[in-house]
Design a protein around this ligand. Structure first.
Ligand SMILES: N=C(N)NCCC[C@H](NC(=O)CCC(=O)O)C(=O)O
Length: 444
């Protein structure tokens, strides 16, 4: 089966703000309470989508979520009119208000785990929305995420949707941020599930400072749901020491595509075992393991520049491009490494820099902003066409952003009832542009 990889990026929502909600995510802590620019954030995201689509890649867009999440604020005991709910939450528990206003669904690498039909027992593409239980603000996403995915990938003949895993720490699941699919030229795939700790083996290595968001038990459950087998899966433990250095998802320290795995030497607990398992299970791929040492790029530089939160995309057979944030160009050791990388004898032939600074300041690089869905031509033809990027859609969505989004948002603005009205008006229009039907609570 010849498959094409599509990237579905999250459209940044109108409440994009910096609230410091993600303990263990260095950028989120560093930018807490600074003023954000939701309009610029959304336009940067749209320009990234257009840049990838201009490269001839299939690019999709996933809608943001309804925020503030009024239903959750009410569940937490804030009563009265909407204005009163917002006001009480702001005065009594500003952190809860911020959590219910986060636009974090923009990082669609965490939206779900996706297994292509080439790998699954029933030949369909399987989706499991991530429960994201480790962070309260993110745990609010999966229900609407699942609803949006069902509207974009609606045809049951080709697509199968599961519910998120049970909402318990034992099954902490962060979706595709800890999942990479490698494949050989024939399209035979191997899905790497990278986890931070094992809930059922508390004596096994685990980070001490920051949380391990993904458990082995969650990864195994997703693989079972998707009908994968031992032959096309590998479960690999992340190095707990790098989690403690700010690597809160594996996609902050490793990225894979086709027959290339690009990673930092400290990324995995047992690099040799990882390489051996991949070569045994994907013997014909001619794997390229591109390993970066501490001398070349220290972990701290990898975390601040997001060298590994890059998108590795295939532009032609044997020709891949690394789509990197501009922060990589601005970090001297990373820049120097990238200059050497493209001269090495690997499929990575070029690097393109893009500006997603508004997202980066919350710890979301180019790879965080996209969910990969590899599909056959027939599956691709079954995707909701209104969600596929074209020049026309890019223009329409840019105008929509310019019309509805603010260009500054501070923590104090989150209590403003006008922000709620503006967001709902924008999202209502968006569901028509993207032909999604009524996916938001306020529309039901
Ligand atoms: N690596 C991947 N795939 N995704 C990045 C997600 C960033 C997100 N940041 C936040 O949620 C910060 C929100 C705030 O602090 O306002 C997170 O930590 O879950």
């Amino acid at each position: 089966m010849s498959a094409r990889e599509a990237n579905f990026d999250g459209l940044v929502g109108p409440t994009h703000n910096y609230a410091g909600l993600s303990w263990g995510n260095v950028a989120s802590g560093k930018h807490a309470h600074s003023t954000s620019n939701p309009r610029q954030a959304a336009l940067q995201g749209l320009d990234k989508m257009k840049a990838l689509s201009d490269l001839g890649l299939v690019q999709g867009v996933l809608a943001p979520q309804e925020r503030p999440d009024m239903a959750t604020l009410r569940r937490l005991g804030f009563t009265g009119s909407e204005t009163q709910v917002l006001d009480k939450a702001f005065r009594e528990a500003p952190l809860l208000l911020a959590a219910c206003c986060s636009a974090s669904a923009m990082w669609t690498a965490n939206a779900a785990t996706v297994s292509p039909g080439a790998d699954t027992a029933d030949g369909r593409v399987h989706f499991t929305p991530a429960n994201l239980v480790n962070k309260f603000h993110r745990s609010l996403e999966h229900e609407v995420t699942g609803r949006i995915l069902r509207r974009v990938f609606a045809d049951e003949k080709h697509f199968c949707h599961h519910s998120a895993l049970p909402a318990h720490d034992d099954f902490g699941d962060e979706g595709a941020a800890n999942h990479t699919r490698l494949h050989d030229a024939q399209g035979r795939g191997l899905e790497l599930f990278v986890y931070g700790r094992s809930a059922h083996r508390p004596d096994a290595p685990a980070p001490r400072r920051y949380p391990a968001r993904q458990t082995l038990e969650a990864s195994r459950a997703v693989a079972r749901l998707h009908g994968l087998g031992e032959h096309n899966t590998a479960f690999i433990q992340q190095n707990p020491d790098v989690i403690d250095q700010g690597v809160f998802h594996n996609d902050v320290i490793a990225v894979g595509n086709g027959n290339v795995l690009f990673y930092h030497r400290q990324a995995f607990l047992d690099t040799h075992a990882m390489q051996n398992e991949i070569m045994a299970k994907l013997p014909d791929a001619g794997m390229h393991f591109i390993e970066v040492s501490d001398d070349e790029v220290p972990v701290a530089d990898a975390v601040s520049s997001y060298l590994f939160n890059t998108q590795l995309v295939t532009l032609a057979p044997g020709h891949m491009a690394l789509i990197a944030p501009t922060e990589c160009a601005d970090t001297p050791r990373v820049r120097a490494y990238l200059d050497r990388l493209t001269a090495m004898n690997t499929p990575v032939k070029e690097v393109r820099f893009i500006d997603v600074k508004q997202s980066m300041q919350n710890g979301g690089g180019p790879a965080c902003l996209r969910l990969r869905v590899a599909m056959s031509e027939a599956e691709l033809a079954a995707v909701n066409p209104a969600c596929l990027m074209t020049d026309e859609l890019h223009g329409r969505l840019s105008q929509w952003v310019n019309r509805h989004y603010r260009d500054r948002l501070s923590p104090n603005d989150l209590r403003d009832p006008a922000l709620l009205t503006e967001s709902r008006t924008a999202l209502d229009e968006l569901t028509r542009i993207l032909d999604l039907g009524s996916v938001y609570p306020f529309q039901r």
